[in-house]
Design a protein around this ligand. Sequence first.
Ligand SMILES: [Zn+2]
Ligand SMILES: [Zn+2]
Ligand SMILES: [Zn+2]
Length: 156
Amino acid sequence: MIANSAAKISRNGAFVQDTDIKKAGLKVTLPRVKILEVFESEPDAHMTAEDVYKLLMERGEEIGLATVYRVLTQFVTAGLLVRHHFEGGQAVFELDSGSHHDHIVCEQCGHVEEFIDETIEKHQHQIAASKGFDISDHSLIIYGRCKRKNCPNLDA
Ligand SMILES: [Zn+2]
Ligand SMILES: [Zn+2]
Ligand SMILES: [Zn+2]
C-alpha cells in the first residue's frame, strides 16, 4: 500500500525501463512502460492493482484497471515483479529485487514493511536441519497493526 507518494514522481528513466521490459522478453507498450515506471519510482512499495491504477490516474495516465491487472500478471510471469497474497487483502506486487526479505503486514490498512533478521534466518536453517531438511525457500509474514497516520487502527 502506498500513501502520499504522488510528490515523489520521477518522469525519467523510460529508457532503462524499455530495456527491462525487452530483457524480460516482452514487447514495449505504453501501459507496460507506465506501470513499470510506477514501481521503479516507488522501489520499496508493495502495491495492489488498485494502488497502481490510482497512481497512474494521479499521473494523468489513462490505463484501465483490467489492463493494469493483465500487465501485472505478465510482469510476474516475466520475473519483473513478485506477487504476494497476504491474508485479508488483495494481492500486492513489488519489484523483484532478487534479494530475500520477509514482511510485516498491517491487518487494518494493509501497509507492508520489509525486514531481514539474520538471527531469524539462521534459526530457521537450524530448525530445518534438526528436522532433516535443507531449506529451499521460506516466507515469513508477521501480521499486526501499524501506527501510521491514516491507519484506521488509530481510530479504534
Ligand atoms: Zn526470511
Ligand atoms: Zn517486499
Ligand atoms: Zn495500518
